[in-house]
Write a new protein. Structure first.
Length: 184
């Protein structure tokens, strides 16, 4: 049986965010995948739903150095620039972005993120009403908010908790995210 501490330590696989290189899929305290563990820990699973018309949809990305950024709309009202990170298992918000959305991270489910160097930093798991990228949207999606500002100027990470709802490709040469609806 896991201790309360072990249940709170999640493998977040968050990739690079604002000067921190966050660990890629390393288990913290032997805990398994985030989505399943989150449902088990909180006692309830939140069902996300993805919406996208038929066909392939191309979303123009902004290239900065070796990084690609997508324009996203959060909760149908707040526009942000998210780093597209296929190595990140979850969507992540900066504290600044969470504040713009009126989200109090302290009300979210406590989790821990393991960053480069093995350091574990406190974070909170919150639920967003919706994330929209181009014509693609996912409702009732969980996101992570780090409890310390990272200072990289990013609004957040567009991780696999969003991207896995679609068949997707990242064309780094053209600077495009290509999204397609998954067959039902």
């Amino acid at each position: 049986m896991r201790s309360d501490y072990q249940s709170r330590c999640f493998a977040l696989c968050l990739g690079f965010f604002g000067g921190f290189v966050l660990s890629g899929c390393e288990l913290v305290e032997g805990v398994a995948t985030v989505g399943w563990e989150t449902a088990k820990f909180t006692g309830k699973a939140i069902k996300s739903a993805a919406y996208l018309a038929q066909g392939k949809h191309r979303v123009r990305l902004k290239k900065v150095g070796n990084s690609l950024f997508a324009d996203v709309t959060l909760n149908r009202k707040t526009h942000a620039q998210f780093l597209v990170d296929t190595g990140a298992s979850n969507v992540m918000l900066s504290q600044r972005t969470a504040k713009k959305l009126g989200i109090n991270p302290q009300r979210g489910q406590p989790v821990n993120a393991k960053i480069a160097g093995g350091r574990i930093v406190p974070a909170r798991l919150v639920t967003l009403r919706e994330i929209r990228v181009g014509n693609a949207r996912v409702s009732n999606i969980q996101a992570i908010v780090l409890l310390q500002e990272t200072g990289g100027g990013y609004d957040g990470l567009l991780g696999m908790s969003f991207l896995n709802h679609f068949i997707f490709q990242v064309d780094t040469q053209k600077g495009e995210l290509i999204l397609q609806r998954r067959p039902e």
